[in-house]
Design a binder for this molecule. Sequence first.
Ligand code: MG
Length: 242
Amino acid sequence: MRYHFRMPSNPITAITFDAGNTLLYCDPSPAEIYAEALSRHGRAVTAGEVEPVFADAWAELQARTPPGIDRYNSQPGGEKQWWGAFLREVLARLEHEAGWRPLLDELYAAFSNPRVWQVYPETRTTLAAIHGRGLEMAVISNWDRRLPEILDGLELSDWFRTITVSASENIEKPAAGIFHRTLERLGVGPEETVHVGDSPLEDYDGSRAVGMTPVLVDRTGIFAGNGYRRIASLEEVLALLD
Ligand SMILES: [Mg+2]
């Protein structure tokens, strides 16, 4: 038995999902999209050069808001300006000469396009199977306000009774409030709900703290041995329900 934790004995009636790197992922990678855009606005850069800078800039922007505080509303001008601040960090670290304003418009449009977002091979079949078992489903995501449109474009929205997005709620995972609001909309209690996500802090610890059953999506096995209830692929959640 690969699972170290038993599921709760009470029946599970609902499953909530994180979005990014849980249900869907970006392909081409964000670094590839940035590298391509930057290269059109000045010095050519490769995704390989952007990748480490991207990670550092992300960490820097994350650090500006404590966990649970909505990052996108923390910035004057809202989510687009949060991405503007992120972009300026990337440009500064690369010492790249591109003007950030036109670049921001371009990148913002690029990531709004559902075509850069791909669903994992097992996403649709797993959601259909869970639906077939009569369980309710919802999304709880630390995303900006564009997520519902992206999920629509990927034809995923209909599976979910509610889609809770941090930028619209003004609160982020791992804060309890974003989980509580979603449970309320689903009309279920935390003890009958599983939350599935790829972030140990935002998804696993956050949902566990409110009494939900957390499941960590760990596709590459990097969290092995850390005591998490892990799945390598979404469909494994079905076995956990049996
Ligand atoms: Mg995620």
